[in-house]
Design a protein around this ligand. Structure first.
Ligand code: VL7
Length: 134
């Protein structure tokens, strides 16, 4: 049985989101707005099929994937770069590698107690986000 990420999750902490956005080349004005946001994630999981909707008052992002199946990701409304994206299980962690122009790009999701964790990586920057159930 894989870990169960189903639920609605609210951001409670967001460490070094600024550094992550700078690494992605997000402009100053957009970063200023983005770092004030408290995004919510709605995750729908059926086995290895995922739907992750990250919502905020400013931008929305939907990612749908099957674990182990590479796809082209369009990061529309984020940095707008395309990546070849592959998400795999590493024990109970969901590990994403986004291959493209930016080195070392990806993220990892895991559960710790009743919290949802997300580590976002780009080049030499790591952003750590924690979400609690809504
Ligand atoms: C998605 C943002 C910075 C642009 C707006 C910020 C809007 C709300 O990829 C992500 O999550 C994965 C794992 O859950 C599923 O896609 C993180 C937010 C990264 C990068 C770019 C700033 C403008 C934030 C959509």
């Amino acid at each position: 049985m894989p870990a169960d990420f189903n639920g609605t999750w609210n951001l409670v902490s967001n460490d070094n989101f600024e550094g992550y956005m700078v690494a992605l080349g997000i402009d100053f004005a957009t970063r200023k707005i983005a770092k004030m946001l408290k995004p919510q994630k709605v995750i729908k999981q059926e086995g290895d099929s995922f739907y992750i909707h990250t919502t905020s008052t400013f931008r929305d992002y939907v990612l749908q994937f099957k674990v182990g199946e590479e796809f082209e990701e369009d990061n529309k409304g984020l940095d707008n770069r395309k990546c070849k994206t592959l998400i795999t299980w590493e024990n109970d962690k969901l590990v994403c590698v986004q291959t493209g122009e930016k080195k070392n790009r990806g993220w990892t999701h895991w559960l710790e107690g009743d919290d949802l964790h997300l580590e976002l990586r780009c080049e030499n920057q790591v952003c750590r986000q924690v979400f609690k159930r809504a």
